[in-house]
Design a protein around this ligand. Sequence first.
Ligand SMILES: O=c1ccn([C@H]2C[C@H](O)[C@@H](COP(=O)(O)O)O2)c(=O)[nH]1
Ligand SMILES: [Zn+2]
Length: 161
Amino acid sequence: MPKRPDYISWDEYFMGVALLSAMRSKDPSTQVGACIVSPEKRIVGVGYNGFPSGCNDDDLPWEREGAFLETKYPFVCHAELNAILNSSGNLKGSSLYVALFPCNECAKAIIQAGIVEIVYLSDKYADTDAVKASKRMFGQAQVRLRQITPSGKRLVIELKV
Ligand SMILES: O=c1ccn([C@H]2C[C@H](O)[C@@H](COP(=O)(O)O)O2)c(=O)[nH]1
Ligand SMILES: [Zn+2]
């Protein structure tokens, strides 16, 4: 019997895991997932944006605007950082699949962890200083950047066998 022809590609698989992880996020406006992949194509870390462990999701704000301490920004742990912190072992030479282009704070952690490639979908904050700083650091550290063009392909997961 020939092999099944309609299996998903590596990029679709790893970005799919990043997007599935994002579905765990409780952020009402932007859900981000990240998946770190070793040079041997093994998943070595996943994460999504959320408040730190032990911090109550219902007590901290999800607002985008207002006084800094009344917004989510000082509290939320970014998907990329969570994926790095959740990972097991050495990330040197690995790739990071992420739904949204990483901010400057994540870029620092990504570079320091030894990740050498970023594969991303959205760059919706490209005009912000955070992303400009991030790209400057990635350029100097020779981290490869690869944007996946959304194909519109639907990866459907049904919770049944
Ligand atoms: O590198 C990044 C940048 C942002 N995030 C998270 C942080 C927030 O939860 C959302 C952004 O919210 P907006 O309402 O779109 O400002 O994305 C991340 O995980 N990684
Ligand atoms: Zn970030």
